[in-house]
Ligand binder design. Sequence first.
Ligand code: ATP
Length: 281
Amino acid sequence: MSSEITVDSTSTGSPNAAPGAASVLELQDVKCAYGGVQAVNGISMKVAPGAFIGLIGPNGAGKTTLLDCVSGFNRAYSGKVFMNGREISRRQPHQIADLSLMRTFQVPRLFRHMTVLSNLMVAPQHQRGEGLLNSFFRRSWKEQELANLQRARETLAKFAITDVAENYASDLSGGQERIAELSRTIMSVPKVLLLDEPFAGVSPSNRLRLADHLSMLSVEMSVTVVMIEHRLEWVERLCHLIYVMAGGRLIAQGSMEDLRKNRQVLEAYLGEAPGAKTSEQ
Ligand code: ATP
């Protein structure tokens, strides 16, 4: 059975999108299970280009599994996912990343035995030195590598983690790891960015900086963002439209103000008011 509501951000979710504009991302009745656990149970959704979408819901609602199905890290047993009208449901993660759909993880996945700078340097797609033929023509790949190096340094500076550029990723704090992972993702110039709890573990002083950069990605670079986040004050601050999942289904959509008044949403949080996790921790 399909989710009770079909959410469609193409008319309301993005200040950049004309009403009825084509969606950059479309999910049709996506279902995914782990054995007997129906983690995602019929999600349909359209996301407009340039939208900044929040995906919230209680623990175990199916949010991460949904992002996994979109990014190819998990396979829906039913339903379809489209990016810019092209079906990507059966593609591998690297094939989906080739279409500039990138994601970050709840537990950051850096190359732990490489420096932060090296982690960023390997991110850009289709580097010239990867091909056997190009590798003979040093000038060709060297120019590109120098450009990547400059961009990596600028990105680290933007996120204020230049001081750990030469540290091994394994030596970073939780918050630094998260910011380094996001920086690496940005090096790949994403068109669509799926973020899984980007604020978790980030120090209160760095959260504002992180929010500014996420906002810049959306406003200045027109990156379409879907963000899972439990810290609802950041969801409220950044997202044009918020979807609520519970028990594998979408149960509501709207602004945080709308959702605070929605009984189904309040019940889904099992008495835990949606603002309950909003305090700085
Ligand atoms: P959270 O906010 O806690 O991260 P979530 O909304 O992202 O939760 P999921 O992690 O997608 O939810 O989990 C959805 C359901 O699937 C839960 O019941 C969870 O226990 C189950 N689940 C998730 N991953 C697995 C797995 N690898 N194997 C078995 N069950 C899983």
